[in-house]
Structure formats: structure tokens, C-alpha cells
Design a protein around this ligand. Structure first.
Ligand SMILES: Nc1ncnc2c1ncn2[C@@H]1O[C@H](COP(=O)(O)OP(=O)(O)OP(=O)(O)O)[C@@H](O)[C@H]1O
Ligand SMILES: Nc1ccn([C@H]2C[C@H](O)[C@@H](COP(=O)(O)O)O2)c(=O)n1
Ligand SMILES: [Mg+2]
Length: 237
């Protein structure tokens, strides 16, 4: 356990608290503590379940969705992409649809309450307790709204670190028909990302929960950097 924790510690972004638990980074005891401790807040749901939450962060096109699919396949998590939930909400002709579409086309961030409520609905209707929450929190407002509404904090946070030119190249060749996959919106999204993600990363880094992953390489090479984070969690459960 020590060896595994020690090798994982090199992935942690900053190390004011390099290991979150002296016996092992992911012991079951620590996991239960986080769930119990964070459930003192508003969310009744998180009080009833032993949630294990990983936030998956990174700029547009950094490969979050691609790596989440591999994590699901290998480790049985439920993948909730905030962007995908918003796109589904737009497609369902909801009351908020027009506002959401405008916001996404402009590369801006949707009001946190809307996004968190969509995430909450999915979490509550899902039998699984292990969630990958992809593309969330995008900013401090998102982060705080999640803690208040869900009443839980993530156990782990992955941050895919990718240079801008690579992100632009990947998004422009994605070819999924997304309204925001064009050069104008990408530039706006990159600006918003640059302006808002640092405080979130810093927050989780200080808590010793952040894993920075180099997002350059093949999809499989990157997954081999991600795998140890989740393999260690499996070992502890
Ligand atoms: N390591 C990689 N090398 C090259 N292309 C990649 C790699 N990983 C993902 N891609 C491709 O890049 C594009 C963007 O990847 P993905 O959709 O996973 O990014 P994302 O971080 O979820 O982006 P967004 O925030 O815009 O949803 C996709 O077409 C994907 O197939
Ligand atoms: N927390 C979030 C996540 C997403 N959005 C909006 C704005 C994004 O540009 C768009 C697409 O998200 P992605 O699929 O790239 O993760 O959805 C948001 O406002 N807040
Ligand atoms: Mg995505």
C-alpha cells in the first residue's frame, strides 16, 4: 500500500498535503470519512449513499470524455458529462433550452444551479455509487454549488494537462456535429478555461486530491497514466 501511495504521490499537483492518508492514499476508512464528513451539508442523497466521486477536469479537447470511457470500461464507474447533460437538456426542448444553447455557442459557462441540478438528477436515479463527473466544476461557482446542493466533495480530481494547440487540433477534428466545435467558439472556450480553472485546481491541490495527468500521447498511453489512480481505489475497496 505504501509503495502504491508513494508512486501515486508523484502525480499529485502540489503537495501541501501530499498523501491524504498516512496509511495509504485511498483507504476505505478515508473514503468513508470523506463521505460522512461532507454529507453534513444540504444533500440528503449523499447522506444515504457511500458516494465515491471523481471530478475529471481539463480544457476543451484535452481528452476527458475519451479517458472517461476507458475508466468506465475498466473500473465500472458511471460517467456523467456535464456538457452532455446540458446538450441533452437543450435537445429535450426544456424551458432553459434557448438560454443554454446561447451560452454554449458563446463558449460561456451555464449558471451553476442548472448544471448541478442535472447532475443531481442523474446521480439520484443511478444505482451506482462511483461517479466520474466530467467537465465539472469549471469554476469556483460550480464547485461551491455542487458542495451546497449535493452535500459532498470529490474523493479524487483528475486534471488533463494539454497544450492549447493540441486541444484546438483535437476539437477541430472531432466531427461530432457540436455547435461549439468551431474555431471562434473554441477560442472563447479556451479563454474562459484559462480564466476560471486555476482556483478550482488550486483548491483540490491544497486538499491533496488532485492528479495532474500529461494529456499528450496516444489514448492508450494516457490511460496507462490514469489507471494507477483508479487501481489504487479498487485495492482499497
Ligand atoms: N490522446 C489523444 N490523441 C489524439 N486525439 C485524441 C486523444 N484523446 C482524444 N482524442 C480525440 O480528440 C477529440 C477530443 O477528445 P474528447 O472529446 O475526449 O475531449 P474532451 O476533453 O471531452 O473535450 P470537451 O471538453 O470539448 O468535451 C476527440 O475527437 C477524441 O477522439
Ligand atoms: N460545468 C459545465 C460544463 C459544461 N458547460 C457548457 C459550456 C461548455 O463549453 C459546454 C460543453 O461542455 P463539454 O462537453 O466541453 O464539457 O457545456 C457548462 O456551462 N458548465
Ligand atoms: Mg467531453
Amino acid at each position: 500500500m505504501w509503495r502504491r501511495a508513494a508512486s501515486l504521490s508523484s502525480l499529485i499537483f502540489s503537495s501541501s498535503q501530499p498523501l491524504r492518508d498516512q496509511q495509504g492514499a485511498y483507504s476505505l476508512k478515508a473514503w468513508k470519512f470523506f463521505c460522512a464528513d461532507s454529507s453534513k451539508g444540504a444533500g440528503y442523497f449523499s447522506k444515504e449513499k457511500n458516494l465515491f466521486i471523481t471530478f475529471v477536469l481539463g480544457g476543451p479537447g484535452s481528452g476527458k470524455g475519451t479517458q472517461c470511457a476507458k475508466i468506465v470500461e475498466n473500473f465500472g464507474y458511471t460517467h456523467l458529462s456535464a456538457g452532455e447533460l446540458l446538450r441533452r437538456e437543450i435537445a429535450s426542448n426544456s424551458e432553459d433550452g434557448a438560454m443554454l444553447l446561447d451560452t454554449i455557442k458563446e463558449g460561456k459557462i451555464v449558471p451553476s444551479e442548472v448544471t448541478v441540478k442535472l447532475i443531481q438528477k442523474e446521480m439520484e436515479s443511478c444505482g451506482n455509487c462511483k461517479f466520474l463527473i466530467d467537465g465539472f466544476p469549471r469554476n469556483e461557482e460550480n464547485r461551491i454549488a455542487f458542495e451546497q446542493i449535493i452535500g459532498a466533495e470529490p474523493n479524487n480530481v483528475l486534471f488533463f494537462d494539454c497544450p492549447e494547440e493540441e486541444m484546438i487540433k483535437r476539437v477541430l477534428s472531432r466531427n461530432e456535429g457540436r455547435v461549439d466545435d468551431n474555431i471562434d467558439t473554441i477560442r472563447k472556450r479556451l479563454k474562459v478555461f484559462a480564466a476560471s480553472h486555476h482556483p478550482v485546481i488550486e483548491h483540490y491541490s491544497k486538499k491533496g486530491k488532485l492528479y495532474k495527468i500529461d494529456a499528450i500521447g496516444t489514448e492508450d498511453e494516457i490511460f496507462e497514466r490514469v489507471r494507477p489512480v483508479f487501481a489504487a481505489c479498487e485495492g482499497a475497496q
